[in-house]
Design a protein around this ligand. Structure first.
Ligand code: ANZ
Length: 814
């Protein structure tokens, strides 16, 4: 492809200029209406990959578009720079130190974001590992601690008996053994730090409705919170008066179908209920459960036979006073509900499977449709086999059964949530130190604020022991108690990196503040984020934690109290794949943006990704038409440089009117498409318009019309291809396109409801006429045949056939 201009030089020229002139820097007292665009700040893993390119291209498009619309746009960038990969690189010898590794990667990523043409307020850069960020991260931790939102408790961790240490999940192999010693990893309870997310469960749930997020993300959030309404009730243990189990169920109506009871392996009564004869099988099961993860336990596959053991005891079903065998079953979780379930195989599939393998009876209590068989029935229906509930629709039976439990004093209505508090401590080096000191006399003492930040020591042994490397650094660990001055030890765990990303969007509002995490007025000015952009992999944890932080900070008086939600609108882009699979170095299918920047250019790459499909869809690299987009940009160049035509000064004719109408229609469509994140259709509309414009230019264009039409094209394209449009605009006007206003659509043109009627002679387009959208067939024929151009072409001859398709086409066969 012959290049009309030197892409690399032009793009770099503008990138330097945007950086030097701080085109997208914005002050907090900017008078324009505010708009806050934020792409999830990246983990610095080296030069940008295609995922980054997509994410930051969309963000940049929105930034430039909103700026042209007259908003004062805050568009910051930073780096989520703590985390495992940097530490692992140091462990594996790929880097001298996590800090050196991280700083290098940041440099590389920063350079490629600049080379992509992404424009930020570079003054506002935040890095999670900067002392200034650590300081405020720790200050917030201490505020949480003071308010009871941070606390310490025993929690199960992976424990390797061979190495005598804690392992991260990543260090446990899929067969449940330690990656180093090969020993079977156990679950062991250790003291850990938590954030009390559950203090906000209901608000986190209620406010989901108010968010401008995709429905599926809202559903993921709702399911994660997992509110379920049901009942808890007591079941007496047979032959042990006074001994009771308590079960949680969302379907008390099914109680007459109960054929067993199951308790979690962690249930406090397991040993108590297990008879001597059953001790061996129960112990066996407990040993196996110790090795499995919660996910494995909840999965519906696997050998169910091995997953339950009879305790030898029975519980009395209060609904019919029949004895039910009590099992220990791994699919009952210790941390949910009461850790005891009623086994109702007729309506619950896992209970069905369990009953089948253990030879337990199955009694249906909701009448399934006639042809239904072979599995549990979850649908609607009326009650059967249920004594005084028979004949009721099941929903009414739920209420009646619950009322009965409450009247008899056997049970109560109960709401349960799946959401758990957030375990924030990590036995890792490359993270934010937890600012707590342990003293024999005073216990856990917060580090005084004037001693913050607590920074990481540099000289640390990274070799994995499973325990925090900080533990072995005497200089860091040993300190004095801030209260009594006696010898004390620092906390050696560090904070989960999700802590860092839970409030960085607030710090962006005021990264310059030295004496506080951020100024209230700055946050009041910019928050909430108007458009948040990021991958769907963050649909649960990051978004939930950030929402929790916002509420907690507001309640602690650290953020404006009316600010409850951080992200007003959220967009989750799809991923770019290679023949259906993930692009990765190990698969050798990585397409490097770096080469494309120098060959086809950042503009072509940006445009081709925008054009490849709806932004939310996954795309395959094969569908990205880089070459096509590069060629398109060359065409725009030739057109705007006057290589096709410059036009002449004359009165406006029908052709001019038609192209002007095309321009404003395209502009109206692009504006609307940008608003609704339909970027690919905006590109399609502009490409079609460019074709019309090219043809117009090749005819007999009028200078004034051609100029306006090209200007509209450049302005509409510039959020997507910012470099080439800036270069062309400068050549045409001597000014900076990124300081121009978004062009106004001439509403009178749209209001006229006219369309372009294309007149072809023998299949070739010979004329275009603006007509009313509701033109009749007869009128269209007369107009077309009466056109001066067509008359000249026909030169008096009678056309053979005239095909009329109002309002868009008349085809004359001569
Ligand atoms: C009988 C029943 C019949 C149930 C039926 C469901 C459907 P959600 O809705 O997610 O809250 N359950 C209770 N505690 C459990 C635990 N600790 N571990 C595993 N499962 C537990 O789920 C509540 C339902 O999950 C409860 O209602 C119980 O099964 C089970 F047609 O009781 B159900």
């Amino acid at each position: 492809m012959e290049k009309a201009y030197d892409i690399d030089t032009v793009e770099r020229k503008w990138q330097d200029r945007w950086e030097n002139e701080q085109t997208y820097s914005i002050d907090n007292d900017d008078p324009r209406p505010k708009y806050y665009v934020l792409c999830m700040y990246p983990y610095p893993s080296g030069p940008a990959h295609m995922g980054h390119v997509e994410n930051y291209t969309f963000g940049d498009l929105v930034t430039r578009f909103r700026t042209m619309q007259g908003y004062g746009v805050l568009s910051p960038i930073g780096f989520d720079s703590f985390g495992l990969p940097a530490e692992n690189a140091a462990i594996k010898g790929g880097a001298s130190h996590p800090r050196a590794f991280t700083d290098d990667k940041i440099k590389e990523l920063r350079a490629s974001l600049k080379r992509l043409g992404a424009s930020y307020d570079w003054r506002r850069i935040i890095q999670s590992h900067d002392p200034s960020y650590i300081k405020w991260n720790q200050t917030i931790f201490l505020k949480f601690l003071e308010a009871g939102l941070a606390y310490r408790k025993n929690a199960p961790v992976n424990w390797c008996p061979g190495c005598q240490t804690v392992l991260a999940n990543e260090q446990v192999l899929s067969d449940g053994t330690c990656e180093r010693s090969g020993d079977v990893v156990e679950q062991k309870a250790l003291e850990q730090w938590f954030f009390k997310v559950t203090a906000y469960t209901e608000e986190l749930l209620q406010m989901i409705d108010s968010l401008g997020w995709a429905d599926f993300v809202k559903t993921i959030q709702r399911n994660w919170i997992g509110k379920s309404e049901g009942a808890e009730y007591n079941l007496e243990v047979k032959d042990h008066p006074g001994k009771e189990l308590r079960a949680f169920t969302t379907r008390p109506d099914t109680s007459f179908g109960m054929t067993f009871v199951a308790i979690a392996p962690e249930h406090s009564m397991v040993a108590d209920l297990t008879t001597p004869e059953q001790k061996e099988v129960v112990d066996d099961l407990l040993a196996r459960v110790k090795m499995s993860t919660e996910l494995e336990r909840l999965s519906e596959s696997g050998n169910l036979d091995k997953r339950g053991a009879f305790t030898g005891s029975y519980a009395i079903n209060p609904f019919n006073n029949k004895p039910m065998p009590i099992y220990v079953a791994d699919y009952v979780l210790g941390g949910y509900g009461t850790g005891t379930i009623i086994g109702v195989p007729g309506e619950d599939q896992r209970d069905w499977d369990f009953a089948k393998t253990h030879g337990l009876e199955i009694i249906r209590t909701v009448q399934p449709p006639d042809d239904f068989d072979g599995e549990a029935y979850h649908g609607d229906g009326v009650m059967i086999n249920s004594d005084w509930l028979n004949g009721l629709p099941y929903k009414e039976a739920v209420t009646k059964a619950t009322d009965w439990l409450e009247e008899k004093g056997i049970g109560e209505r109960q709401i349960n949530y799946r959401l758990r508090d957030w375990l924030v401590s990590r036995q890792r080096y490359w993270g934010c130190p937890i600012p707590v000191i342990y003293c024999e006399k005073d216990g856990a003492v917060p580090v005084p604020e004037d001693q913050l930040p607590v920074l990481l020591p540099e000289d640390v042994e990274f070799k994995p022991t499973g325990e925090s490397p900080l533990k072995f650094n005497e200089g860091f660990r040993n300190t004095t108690c801030p209260k009594c001055g006696g010898p004390a030890e620092r906390e050696t765990d560090t904070l989960d990196t999700f802590v860092d990303s839970s409030w960085y969007f607030l710090r962006f509002c005021d990264p310059f503040a030295e004496d506080k995490p951020f100024d209230f007025s700055a946050v009041q000015k910019w928050m909430p984020v108007d458009q948040y952009i990021g991958g769907v992999e963050h649909a649960i944890l990051h978004l939930m934690y950030a929402r929790f932080y916002m509420k907690a900070l507001a309640d602690l008086g650290m953020a404006p109290k009316e600010l409850r939600e951080p992200f007003a609108r959220l967009f989750n882009q799809g991923t770019i794949r290679w023949q259906g699979s993930r692009m990765s170095k190990s698969k050798g299918n990585l397409v490097s943006p770096g080469d494309i920047f120098t060959n086809e250019g950042a503009d072509a790459l940006r445009l081709s990704i925008i054009f490849a499909g709806p932004p939310e869809d996954d795309k395959d690299w094969e569908d990205v038409s880089l070459e096509g987009c590069a060629r398109y940009i060359q065409r725009v160049w030739r057109l705007a440089q006057g290589e096709v035509a410059t036009g002449e000064d004359r009165e406006e004719n029908n052709d001019d009117k038609a192209i002007r109408s095309d321009a404003h229609r395209a502009l109206a469509k692009v504006t609307a498409d940008f608003e609704r994140w339909s970027f690919n259709t905006a590109v399609a509309a502009l490409m079609e318009y460019t074709n019309q414009l090219y043809k117009y230019a090749q005819g007999n264009p009028r200078k004034k019309t051609l100029d306006e039409a090209i200007d509209i094209l450049l302005l509409a394209l510039c959020p997507m291809i910012p470099h080439v449009t800036a270069e062309l605009w400068e050549a045409r006007h001597g000014s900076h396109i990124h300081e121009q206003a978004w062009p106004k659509v001439d509403e009178s043109i749209l209001a006229a409801q006219t369309v372009t009627l294309v007149v072809q002679v023998n299949g070739k387009v010979r004329d275009r006429i603006e007509v009313e959208a509701d033109i009749t067939e007869q009128a269209a024929r007369e107009l077309a045949l009466g056109s001066q151009k067509i008359q000249e072409l026909l030169n008096g001859a009678e056309p053979k056939t005239v095909i009329v398709r109002p309002p868009k086409l008349v085809n004359v066969v001569a």
